[in-house]
Design a protein around this ligand. Structure first.
Ligand SMILES: *[C@@H]1O[C@H](CO)[C@@H](O)[C@H](O)[C@H]1NC(C)=O
Ligand SMILES: *[C@@H]1O[C@H](CO)[C@@H](O)[C@H](O)[C@H]1NC(C)=O
Length: 313
């Protein structure tokens, strides 16, 4: 790709809005013992994150009855969310729509940044690009009929999807991108096995490619775009040349996350809190190893911040 050219065009966009990209966190829906969180648990999470952001994202409104318990926490703590809708299978999709129509009226449109229909649905090939586009249009139509607690329609809230950066770059998936008001691109240098001194370069290059492709499909530089998930684990196993550690996570925070936000790109970090309930992974030798999936939080499982989150520039 033509990185320098793209970087220059992004700089114009970034300076015209004159701000760092927003920061948000993905949050889990279960406590350390694997029990679905209730409103008090979500409130604790939001209070911990409040010094850094007022924005979170999650993946399904009905799993763990998330929207039912989270909605009052969002309202009480003055937070907003990218609300996830799970589009497959049809029963699950209907349950997510039902939860949306029940609990969105208890919130304000100001508590909702956007809706995402699907998270890596294209990457997993759960849906074809056209099927996802149809689901996005269907949900857009559905949610425009729902009003918030003050009688305002959710029709003004953008609807889009989240998927892996390389899937978004693939022209085959353009019909899905075309249907989106906003796009979230996930990029994990860790899962690409990147050595630390190349991890931030690789991440920024991935995201720039996704931005460029979305701009090209949409025919405008003025796109609603977020990094949907990124981060670096602090413990668990190595993945090829990628090594989890607190030092590496902090380096990736400064050189990857702070840097991409300085380009004006909004970024969701995966994730707010370690998820101790996640099962250990099994290594190639068949023995249990510490599961890296437990250690992606900027806070550990006891709610202690692992490293400084201020951007140092
Ligand atoms: C660094 O990352 C880039 C982009 O992902 C990749 O093409 C390149 O091979 C990587 N270099 C090293 C030394 O790993
Ligand atoms: C969290 O606290 C428990 C109980 O005090 C302790 O056993 C555990 O090691 C702590 N975990 C972390 C990640 O600090």
């Amino acid at each position: 790709m033509n990185f320098l050219h793209l970087a220059a065009s992004l700089l114009v966009t970034a300076s015209s809005v004159n701000a760092m990209g927003d920061l948000g966190f993905c949050i889990g829906t279960k406590d350390n013992s694997g029990v679905c969180k209730y409103t008090d648990g979500y409130k604790e999470d939001l209070q911990k994150l409040a010094p850094y952001t007022n924005t979170i994202r999650f993946y399904s409104t009905s799993d763990c009855n998330t929207l039912q318990w989270l909605a009052p926490a969002l309202v009480a703590e003055n937070f907003k969310a990218v609300v996830g809708i799970w589009p497959t299978d049809d029963t699950h999709y209907q349950m997510d729509k039902d939860a949306a129509s029940t609990y969105l009226p208890q919130m304000s449109i100001d508590n909702v940044v956007a809706f995402t229909v699907g998270s890596e649905a294209l990457y997993r090939k759960d849906l074809t690009p056209q099927q996802l586009a149809d689901k996005i249009s269907d949900f857009k139509n559905f949610v425009s009929g729902i009003k918030d607690k003050d009688g305002k329609s959710y029709s003004s809230v953008p609807v889009g999807t989240a998927d892996s950066w390389n899937v978004l770059v693939d022209g085959y998936n353009a019909p899905a991108v075309q249907a989106c008001d906003l796009v979230l691109a996930n990029a994990f240098s860790y899962w690409q096995g990147q050595v630390m001194n190349n991890a931030s370069y690789s991440f920024i290059d991935d995201i720039m490619q996704a931005v460029q492709q979305v701009q090209s499909i949409k025919g405008t530089d003025d796109i609603d775009f977020w990094v949907g998930e990124t981060g670096w684990p602090t413990d668990g196993g190595n993945y090829e040349s990628a090594q989890p550690s607190v030092d590496n996570a902090e380096t990736f925070w400064q050189q990857g996350i702070c840097a991409i936000r300085a380009w004006g790109i909004n970024t969701f970090v995966f994730e707010g809190f370690d998820e101790a309930w996640k099962p250990p992974s099994t290594g190639q030798n068949g023995q249990e190893v510490q599961g890296v999936e437990r250690f992606w939080g900027v806070y550990d499982a006891n709610g202690t911040l692992k490293y400084d989150l201020s951007c140092k520039f």
